[in-house]
Design a protein around this ligand. Structure first.
Ligand code: ATP
Ligand code: MG
Length: 348
């Protein structure tokens, strides 16, 4: 049997190069191996847990995220793209799992703690937000996913899911499948920093280079990027650690980019060595980064344009994918209900 992958994104804005490095690029690669059944979830209900007062944003972002998927090469004939709210079985699964998790466990989740702080929720955190890891466990287990490709901010959520699987199976029998997180091989890609140098590029923090940004927007953002604050004159030795320009190069620059745009260096190691010695200006490396990003983003933009001009097709992809996903979730929910004993009127 093929392994099952469940992965997804919150429709809280367009997707950014952090998503590309941390997850999208890998999804396309996995999809094209043909070795997996892939479900890609657009988590609109989860996005509403901290955006309940702004449903318009979620509705509009749903289509933006789908356009981003299609433009990076996710192929609806190979991967099932679906919408969380259109699979109501996920909500019932969530309600069964909520009984298996304590409030203190939810509050201890490091990802949730950070996100509560970032959003300034303090004590006013919506209950739905605090419990979204449980709904995420429903998403993963509904498809009996073995593998969940994610950025490293998601690891505590996968841990929570595993605990729910263990607890459920211990009480009700071996029904649910334990998932494994799959991180990008390239460590910097697991959590790409923002252009402001903050720990994570994130839609909610507004520090992103979006896959759909124009060439001008990309250039402007890169030119404004934070580098090494002590690298003032070109001659000064520079620091490549905690320098997001170098982090981005590590995530995206390949040797072919050096041959094409910066042939005086063979690879990133040589460029780094020069920067550390001194004598290499920020403008030069930023211009190189712009070229590297454009190399990746230009074909993505072109593909996006095609789907933007064919939105009916995009909605059809979502509708078909959601129907297909629903059938799978219905099966799992039936097993779960049977296991708990909620099948009073079943003839058998
Ligand atoms: P939000 O701010 O609304 O939470 P986000 O930018 O964090 O949005 P999500 O939709 O929460 O994006 O995350 C989707 C997936 O992308 C997750 O697997 C997450 O780990 C990964 N991801 C998000 N941001 C980054 C990043 N900066 N670097 C690498 N992976 C990331
Ligand atoms: Mg997030």
């Amino acid at each position: 049997m093929k392994k099952v992958i469940l992965t997804g994104d919150r429709p809280t804005g367009r997707l950014h190069i952090g998503h590309y490095a941390g997850s999208l690029r890998n999804r396309v690669k996995l999809q094209n191996t043909g070795e997996y059944d892939i479900y890609i979830l657009i988590a609109d209900l989860q996005a509403l847990t901290d955006n309940a007062r702004n449903p318009k944003k979620i509705r509009e972002s749903l289509i933006e995220v789908t356009l981003d998927y299609l433009s990076v090469g996710i192929d609806p004939d190979k991967s099932t793209i679906f919408v969380q709210s259109q699979v109501p079985e996920l909500t019932e699964l969530t309600s069964h799992y909520l009984n298996l998790v304590s409030l203190s466990r939810l509050k201890r989740n490091p990802t949730i703690k950070t996100e509560i702080k970032e959003r300034g929720f303090e004590e006013s955190v919506p209950v739905g937000f605090l419990t979204y890891p449980v709904s995420q466990a429903a998403d993963i287990t509904a498809f009996k996913a073995n593998v969940v490709p994610v950025g490293d901010d998601q690891l505590p959520l996968i841990e929570q899911c595993k605990e729910i699987v263990h607890t459920f199976n211990a009480i009700y029998g071996d029904i649910l499948v334990e998932p494994k997180a799959m991180l990008s091989d390239n460590k910097v890609c697991s959590r790409l920093p923002g252009i402001d140098g903050k720990a994570k590029m994130s839609k909610s923090l507004g520090n992103c280079i979006y896959l759909s940004d124009t060439k001008e927007e990309v250039s402007k953002k890169v030119m404004s990027m934070y580098t090494d604050p002590n690298h003032i004159k070109v001659e000064d030795p520079g620091n490549v650690e905690n320098n997001p320009v170098f982090t981005y190069l590590e995530a995206f620059a390949e040797d072919k980019h050096f041959q094409k745009y910066l042939p005086e260096y063979k690879n990133l190691d040589e460029l780094k060595a020069h920067y550390k010695r001194g004598g290499l200006g920020d403008v030069k490396i930023k211009k190189f980064l712009i070229n590297v990003l454009e190399d990746i983003l230009e074909p993505i933009r072109e593909k996006r344009k095609y789907y933007e001009d064919n939105l009916d097709l995009v909605y059809k992809i979502l509708e078909d994918g959601s129907k297909k996903a629903r059938l799978v979730a219905q099966n799992t929910l039936k097993e779960v209900r049977d296991a708990i004993g909620l099948n009073y009127f079943d003839k058998k």
